[in-house]
Design a protein. Structure first.
Length: 272
């Protein structure tokens, strides 16, 4: 587990919504000194007030030469917000963006030339420290800056690095949007249980616990998903009967490929 007790300089978070808030809690949990953190967030909330009481600077003025600036704002407001951040960024600053669809080129254009920038795509399990984030740096990110960014991102879960930004559209489709597919599985599993005769509340509890427990088993096991599936499946049994449907030629596999392709295409469209 990363440690942020030795973080030096000023860390600025721009946007303290759900993902930004989860990152703050993760950073403080890893030992970040609250006085080294500044949060820029125009919307007041109980969470923001609580951060202020813990020593975090809220909407301070006059920040110059921040060590790291983390962009956790909505992509649509970026053109309005980014120009105002230039005063706190210089050649020694690394900018970390978790905005969906906003490319390195977009950020470079809005923040000024020769900036060290990392684009990252987290997912919603980051809220409980079980997310996974994929990050891509531009050519100006140094090894030490990459290390700092990696430690910051690891506060909410696993981190993977890629060298090709073009992969981020597929990353968005698989892990960024992926939690919604898992939640849909739980939803449909419960509906199917009701159709098979279970009371709705029981079907919901069974589906929820089954998806959550299976995910935890997959997380903790050294076995791959295919092997775990095979271990549950007895030849000619009930699981095999269901899998004959799900793994048919027009079953879940082709459907998932089509869904991921659609999400990847839409990510490219949104990025322009």
């Amino acid at each position: 587990m990363a440690n942020l007790a030795d973080f030096s300089g000023t860390l600025v978070l721009v946007g303290a919504g759900k993902m930004g808030g989860a990152m703050v809690e993760g950073w403080l949990g890893l030992g970040l000194d609250p006085v080294k953190l500044a949060v820029l967030e125009p919307q007041s909330s109980a969470q923001i007030a609580a951060l202020a009481r813990r020593g975090v600077a809220i909407n301070p003025g006059g920040i110059r030469a921040a060590s790291v600036v983390v962009l956790a704002i909505k992509p649509q407001v970026a053109p309005l917000v980014l120009p105002g951040l230039r005063a706190m960024i210089n050649r020694s600053t690394v900018v970390l963006s978790i905005m969906a669809g906003r490319t390195l080129a977009f950020l470079d254009d809005r923040l000024g030339p020769a900036m060290a920038i990392v684009r990252a795509m987290p997912n919603t399990p980051a809220a409980i420290g079980r997310g996974i984030t994929v990050a891509v740096p531009n050519a100006r990110v140094t090894h030490s800056q990459r290390d700092v960014v990696g430690r910051l991102l690891s506060a909410t879960g696993a981190v993977e690095w890629v060298g090709d930004e073009a992969l981020m559209d597929a990353v968005t489709a698989v892990s960024g949007s992926g939690p919604a597919y898992v939640f849909l599985l739980a939803e449909y599993l419960a509906h199917a249980g009701v159709a098979a005769g279970l009371p709705a509340e029981l079907a919901t509890r069974l589906a929820r616990a089954t998806v959550a427990g299976s995910g935890e088993l997959l997380h903790l096991s050294d076995l791959d998903a295919a092997t775990l599936r095979e271990n549950v499946t007895s030849p000619g049994g009930t699981t095999a009967a269901a899998l004959d449907v799900l793994m048919a030629k027009n079953g879940l596999g082709p459907l998932m490929e089509t869904a991921i392709a659609a999400a990847t295409k839409r990510s490219r469209e949104l990025a322009g």
